[in-house]
Design a binder for this molecule. Structure first.
Ligand code: PBG
Ligand code: ZN
Length: 327
């Protein structure tokens, strides 16, 4: 009891504060997302995400070198294809944009870990994460036929050089299907980072500009989770563990720190948190208005994800964060 107990004693100098600091964020915790587009010499800034660009493969390679030099261990690749169709051909074709980018990055920076986002929404005409029944305008993706496409996509990404497969479509059984596909093709050593608890979130808005992947009609609520549900995330996580996931992701991160915490409590697998586009853009917008300190708010946010239990953080702020940490 006070006055015996005075917690402020351990906060009185910066050296003491350093000694009792519980959570430290480093470059090794971060994963940097990149958006690949066809063409050459292209760097097109995403209007709703200042500092984030759609990049042609040559520019992706340059970026990958920079990321590696900063000590960030991994990138995650998203692709914007030339053409979209009902079968998401651009996702699973061996000459797909993510495949090309993965191969080029592995050639130029072999040590950088390349994670391939494995989903179909960027490649389908309707922008949903799988097959739709002909005439469906609600977006109720057909689960089991979609698994076949995801399997093909994952194998083709692994063939192209991807080190980790990260399925993000929230289809039932997708981890098992992809594990089978990878194993059959001889990729039994390629890990799966499952977007295990992914919510139907309005925070994805700017990403859909970046990836040109907004659903043309309907929404994703028949496959992504209801933001109101916490226990359901644990169910999803348990299933993905049983199906053979090597790592688990919670997405988004900021409004879902309780989920990160609860997931961490029930698993010994590494847990990743996706600091999504809307979370990034909110900080950027406020900072550009001079309303908040971008550096301090970002580092505080990233530290909080780690404190909540995240081992890895996917963030558009990864390069900035490392530069700030190095200052
Ligand atoms: C789709 C996908 C989404 C994100 C990554 N892959 C969300 C969606 O459009 O439903 C969001 C990432 C972000 O907002 O930063 N499979
Ligand atoms: Zn998708």
């Amino acid at each position: 009891m006070f006055p015996i107990n005075r917690p402020r004693r351990l906060r009185s100098t910066s050296q003491l504060r350093r000694m009792v600091q519980e959570t430290v964020i480093t470059a090794s915790d971060l994963i940097y997302p990149l958006f690949a587009v066809p063409g050459e010499g292209i760097a097109k800034e995403v209007v709703s995400m200042p500092g984030v660009y759609q990049l042609s493969v040559d520019k992706i390679v340059a970026e990958a070198k920079e990321v590696y030099d900063l000590g960030i261990p991994a990138i995650i690749l998203f692709g914007i294809p030339d053409t979209k169709d009902a079968d998401a051909t651009g996702a699973w074709h061996d000459c797909g944009i993510v495949q090309k980018a993965a191969t080029a990055v592995k050639e130029a920076v072999p040590e950088l870990v390349v994670i391939a986002d494995t989903c179909l929404c960027e490649y389908t005409t309707h922008g949903h994460c799988g097959y739709l029944e002909v005439g469906d305008l609600t977006g109720r993706v057909l689960n089991d036929p979609t698994l076949e496409l995801l399997k093909k996509t994952a194998v083709s990404q692994a063939k192209a050089g991807a080190d980790i497969i990260a399925p993000s479509g929230m289809m039932d059984g997708f981890v098992q299907a992809i594990r089978e596909g990878l194993d059959e093709a001889g990729f039994e050593n390629i890990p799966i980072l499952s977007y295990a608890a992914k919510y139907a979130s309005a925070y994805y808005g700017p990403f859909r500009d970046a990836a040109e992947s907004a659903p043309q009609y309907g929404d994703r609520r028949t496959y992504q989770m209801d933001p109101a549900n916490g226990r359901e995330a644990l169910k999803e996580v348990e299933l993905d563990i049983a199906e053979g996931a090597d790592m688990l992701m919670v997405k988004p991160a900021l409004s879902y720190m309780d989920i990160i915490w609860r997931v961490k409590e029930i698993t010994n697998l590494p847990v990743a948190a996706y600091n999504v586009s809307g979370e990034y853009s909110m900080i950027k917008a406020a900072a550009l208005n001079g309303w908040i300190d971008e550096k301090k708010v970002t580092l505080e946010t990233l530290t909080s994800f780690k404190r909540a239990g995240a081992d890895l953080i996917l963030t558009y702020h990864a390069k900035d964060a490392v530069r700030w940490l190095n200052e």
